[in-house]
Design a protein around this ligand. Structure first.
Ligand SMILES: [Zn+2]
Ligand SMILES: [Zn+2]
Length: 233
């Protein structure tokens, strides 16, 4: 689905309406996250739909290393030959050397995400391991994106901003499924860091926000985020 010119969103129900994004800035494609399925068929189908080849992917950037976002990574890396970027605190999870840190067992809002919480804690859903080629840091540029280090949901969680398009890719710091909220409380490893991260994202003059779970908001993103700030714990 084209959210706005050059911004494509792909989703699947499994993994709690997880989303991945293809960005076309005229210099090749940047892929953010890889959905749940190992065969990446939804991402490959979207490439075909927009008349691009998997070889047009020049960068693959991971917001963080939870299972829902990692499924297609190994295959897409192999098919595209593109380098994979992530924060250094996530790379060994992506490589399969360490399970994701357990989150709370208690049901929090949204309760519909609780099964995913349990699955994450049990570490039963493995992903095909992949090697991270480049560690990224606050302020780095990858393709059209500026990197924002936004820990809290996970220690190495990243968000991205495409200044010219006023596009914020928030990762799991913000979600819109099952409703708009500033992160899922039950998945937030460090609430204090998370609050600081979201407050920084709220300062951006974003028009569009794309999130890890749920549909993108195509307009009025900054106002929507700022209005929700009082709901942060
Ligand atoms: Zn996550
Ligand atoms: Zn997620």
């Amino acid at each position: 689905m084209e959210v706005a010119p050059g911004i494509y969103s792909m989703t699947q129900t499994k993994g709690a309406y997880v989303h991945a994004f293809l960005l076309d800035d005229g210099n090749g494609l940047t892929l953010v996250d890889t959905l749940y399925d190992r065969d990446a068929h939804r991402i490959l189908a979207e490439l075909e739909r927009i008349g691009k080849s998997v070889k047009d992917i020049k960068h693959i950037i991971m917001t963080h290393s939870h299972r829902s976002h990692l499924g297609g990574l190994a295959l897409l890396k192999e098919l595209s030959g593109a380098p994979v970027y992530a924060h250094e605190w996530e790379f060994d999870l992506i490589a399969g050397d360490r399970p994701a840190q357990a989150v709370s067992w208690l049901p929090h809002k949204p309760v519909r995400a609780w099964p995913l919480q349990i699955t994450l804690n049990l570490n039963v859903a493995k992903h095909p391991p992949a090697t991270v080629d480049n560690f990224v840091h606050e302020g780095d540029r990858i393709g059209p994106l500026q990197v924002f280090y936004c820990p809290g949901h996970s220690p190495g969680h990243l968000s991205f901003y495409w200044q010219e398009r006023r596009l914020l890719i928030a990762g799991d710091a913000i979600c819109t499924w099952p409703s708009f909220m500033l992160g899922w409380r039950g998945f937030t490893l460090n609430p204090k860091q998370h609050r600081a991260s979201v407050r920084r994202l709220a300062e951006l003059d974003s028009e569009i926000v794309c999130v890890g779970h749920g549909e993108p908001l195509a307009s009025g993103a900054a106002q929507r985020i700022r209005a929700a700030l009082p709901t942060l714990d």
